[in-house]
Design a protein around this ligand. Structure first.
Ligand code: NDP
Length: 450
């Protein structure tokens, strides 16, 4: 029998790679994981975690304003970007250490440096080579920059987390998760935000009512949303960056944030040595067990460009460990994956959009409610919430749940369990609401609107 240095060699210590490594070690495998950057990958260092901290920070502006209606006199306010970033960095460093400890406790060998595939069972890190029965590619993705004149003057989400100063005027390019989240962050912290999206309505792929509702709410708050408008060039000038547009006068801003998608980080990984040819976006194709075209090499997480979310990468990592080391071939389940967009107000969603449901089912019932949350009857805020259910009339099954409003992610996480269990509308109706909450609306929607 051949002997290898490790049973599993994981390239990339982000959410997916760390989970797969720890889970494999739990099943008794000898595991190594290599990364050239900080432990935790995108999510911990330049993604979910720091983003959510910045969202919390930015929401205080509204909280202070709304406090007056409840009798509070909030005094002079000022915001210190440097302090926020320093405190955020401190928490990220703590999480980096937690990741290191978790790997160490699991008995996983940690290697620092760029790993490259040498052959189907060999990986190099610096001058060292290691052999492994299986190799796992979990290198994640990287923000894409548009190829326009002056693109080098733009930043991506990676840099947005480390700016020296809060920009006074920001142009955000894109209409996906990252663009709307940063539009809310910068706006809340006091920047003047212009968001440019090339199509007629942002957040393509989300339910249309959700997209329209969020656009209205963001506009009400003062974000300058420009649809059917894209960036064509960036030029530095005496008073900032001049941003040329496909439509309208050029903008003058202090910072341009490009959030036009992310691409798998498959360059310079040695893939050509084993005959793995990435797709047009750089993604690695895998089968349902996350195996690449090379039997000993697997890939999970954003590098496979399936559903690019941390909890999905975790599930893929856990499933892979079972497949490889617990004698239980396990396909990760990509159905009914809930997600939240931490826009302001946030979105929570699970299951099908109305358009998807109509394409797949013959007779679909739509329940929808848009309302002013109780808090805002006194806070003075004009913000409205949206709740929407999509039901298959023939089976009564709830196909989709969509929420825009405070705590949407927290609300939908619970409803996602119900959707996963194939709950019916009758079962939602039989559930007693919790009063007064916004979420009770989802169990009291009686009359379909369509
Ligand atoms: P997305 O894929 O979500 O959005 C990319 C946006 O850029 C779209 O609006 C797209 O427009 C636009 N775009 C693409 N190409 C161009 C172009 N050439 N010119 C102008 N606009 C363009 O990517 P993000 O960068 O926002 O996020 C990457 C991924 O990270 C997400 O898909 C998500 O999986 C994950 N993520 C999840 C978060 C969460 O769970 N809360 C938070 C942040 C990221 P169009 O729609 O027209 O193609």
């Amino acid at each position: 029998m051949e002997s290898y240095d490790f049973d599993l060699f994981t390239i990339g210590a982000g959410s997916g790679g760390v989970r797969a490594s720890r889970a494999s070690a739990r099943y008794g495998a000898r595991v190594a994981v290599a990364d050239e950057r900080a432990l935790g990958g995108t999510c911990v260092n330049v993604g979910c975690i720091p983003k959510k901290l910045l969202v919390y920070a930015s929401h205080y502006a509204e909280d202070f304003a709304e406090a007056a209606g409840f009798g509070w006199n909030v005094g002079e306010r000022s915001f210190d970007w440097g302090r926020l970033i320093a405190n955020k960095d401190k928490e990220i460093r703590r999480l980096n250490e937690v990741y290191a400890r978790l790997l160490d406790q699991a008995g996983v060998t940690r290697l620092e440096g760029r790993a490259r595939i040498v052959d189907a069972h060999t990986v190099s890190v610096g001058n060292q080579t290691y052999t492994a029965r299986y190799i796992l590619i979990a290198v994640g993705g990287w923000p894409t920059l548009l190829e326009i004149p002056g693109a080098e003057h733009a930043i991506t989400s990676n840099e947005a987390f480390h700016l020296e100063q809060l920009p006074q005027r920001v142009a955000i390019v894109g209409g996906g998760y990252i663009a709307v989240e940063f539009a809310g962050i910068f706006h809340g912290l006091g920047s003047q935000v212009t968001q440019l999206y090339r199509g007629p309505l942002f957040l393509r792929g989300f339910d249309d009512d959700v997209r329209t509702h969020l656009a209205e709410e963001m506009r009400k708050k003062g974000v300058d949303l420009r649809f059917d408008c894209n960036i064509t060039a960036i030029e530095p000038g005496p008073r900032g960056l001049r941003v040329a547009l496909t439509r309208g006068e050029p903008l003058e801003v202090d910072q341009v944030l490009m959030a036009v998608g992310r691409h798998p980080l498959t360059k310079d990984l040695g893939l050509e040595r084993v005959g793995i040819e990435p797709g047009s976006r750089g993604e690695i194709a895998v089968d349902r067990l996350s195996r690449t075209c090379v039997p000993s090499i697997f890939a999970i997480g954003d590098v496979t460009d399936r559903i690019n979310l941390t909890p999905v990468a975790l599930a893929e990592g856990e499933a892979l460990a079972r497949t490889l080391f617990a004698d239980t071939p396990t396909e990760p389940d990509h159905a009914d994956v809930p997600s939240a967009v931490f826009s302001q107000p946030p979105i929570g969603t699970v299951g099908l959009t109305e358009a998807q449901a109509r394409a797949q089912f013959q007779d679909v019932a739509i329940y929808r409610s848009s309302f002013r949350p109780l808090k805002h009857t006194v806070s003075g805020s004009e913000e409205r919430s949206l709740m929407k259910l999509i039901v298959d009339r023939s089976s009564d099954r709830v196909l989709g749940v969509h929420v825009v409003g405070p705590d949407a992610g927290e609300i939908v996480q619970g409803f996602a369990v119900a959707v996963k269990m194939r709950a019916t509308k009758a079962q939602l109706d039989a559930t007693i609401g919790i009063h007064p909450t916004a979420a009770e609306e989802l169990v009291t929607l009686r009359e379909p609107i369509a």
